[in-house]
Design a protein around this ligand. Structure first.
Ligand code: TYM
Length: 334
């Protein structure tokens, strides 16, 4: 088997709200499996989070909660570099340079920018538009080979690749051009109420998203109310988005394939199916929640992990940033 441990993998989640099972299935779950095979950097993207209004004390608390959640989900700080984005100033510094080779028109065309601008019409700030450039800086700083994300981040990844190629063409080989790592199953977990839309942290309908912090009763209630369809077959197919989504969720939490999940529920009714999905999710979340709580009681440990992570990240990021500063012609005192 190919030794991939030298290959670099980068990903991040924003501490901008309660994480959903979509974040878990599309991102964090995969990070855990990849941390032994690759050199991994996993960040808490607090600088991205402030592109929409955040309450400062809450942002600080959520940052720590997210660190605890990563670890509770199985991200091992001994196996990877786990850190807070704003603790490494190179992200902002590289983003500034990359801004100068990114066009306003490109940013205006980004789907997520258009969505968020529509939802936060009172606060269409420069950071919101610049979000993909900061994300490109995150990835390129670490010379990442691979970026495991959900489907909704594909466009941002494409632009990160374009920016890397453009910089390399203008200034000479500097950045590795990253590849996305988007697993087919689970890359787009959809809303339980509108299975054609992505499950999102910020959905206004409280029954649309299952949060990793939901207790058993809440999880069961949300799955019981999940939208399916009028026929009664439990199979994954394009014309059955609700059922397909539930099968994806079940398979992700059970650790089986969708085909195996279909077999399990052959001949059963929707009521029983939804109950089983709810129970599987609730069973999986309980130990994660307990472990997160235990970790949050040990702030000293978390602070130490994040400090060490920031130092490691800084060492890696500094190399790329120095190279970039030299290439663009910044005076370095030599
Ligand atoms: P965020 O916090 O919005 O999402 C975190 C991760 O969760 C995935 N995701 C989903 N996957 C499947 N189904 C869903 N319904 C679903 N909802 C969210 C996202 O694709 C993402 O992988 N901009 C990034 C954070 C970031 C980043 C980076 C990622 C900042 N810098 C550098 C990779 C590399 C984001 O979407 O965060």
């Amino acid at each position: 088997m190919e030794d991939t441990t030298q290959k670099i993998l980068y990903s991040a989640v924003q501490p901008s709200g309660n994480l959903t099972i979509g974040n878990y299935i599309g991102a964090i779950r995969n990070w855990v499996g990849l941390q032994h095979a690759f050199t991994c950097f996993y960040a808490i993207a607090d600088m991205h989070a402030i592109t929409v209004k955040q309450e400062p004390a809450l942002l600080r608390r959520r940052t720590l909660e997210l660190a605890a959640l990563y670890i509770a989900c199985g991200v091992d700080p001994e196996q990877c570099t786990l850190y807070v984005q704003s603790n490494v100033s190179a992200h902002a510094e590289l983003a500034w340079v990359l801004n100068t080779i990114t066009y306003v028109g490109e940013m205006e065309r980004m789907t997520q920018f258009k969505d968020k601008a529509a939802r936060h019409a009172e606060n269409i700030n420069m950071g919101l538009m610049d979000y993909p450039v900061l994300m490109a800086a995150d990835i390129l700083l670490y010379q990442a080979h691979l970026v495991p994300v959900g489907m909704d981040q594909r466009q941002h990844l494409e632009i990160a690749r374009d920016i890397a190629i453009r910089f390399n063409n203008r200034y000479g080989e500097t950045f590795r051009v990253p590849e996305g790592y988007i697993l087919k199953e689970g890359a787009k977990i959809t809303s339980l109420q509108d299975p054609l839309r992505k499950m999102s942290k910020s959905d206004e309908n409280p029954n649309a998203s299952v949060f990793l912090s939901d207790d058993r009763d809440t999880v069961m209630r949300k799955f019981k109310r999940a939208v399916t369809d009028s026929d009664n077959r439990i199979v994954a197919s394009e014309d059955k988005p609700g059922v397909t989504n539930l099968l994806n969720i079940y398979a992700a939490f059970k650790g089986c394939t969708v085909a195996e999940a279909e077999k399990t529920f052959e001949g059963r009714g929707y009521g029983e199916f939804k109950l089983a999905v709810g129970e599987t999710v609730a069973d999986a979340l309980a130990p994660v929640q307990a472990e997160q709580k235990r970790l949050l009681a040990d702030k000293g440990y978390l602070a130490e992990v994040l400090k060490r992570g920031a130092e490691e990240a800084f060492r890696a990021a500094r190399k790329t940033l120095s190279k970039v500063y030299r290439k663009v012609g910044f005076y370095r005192g030599e």
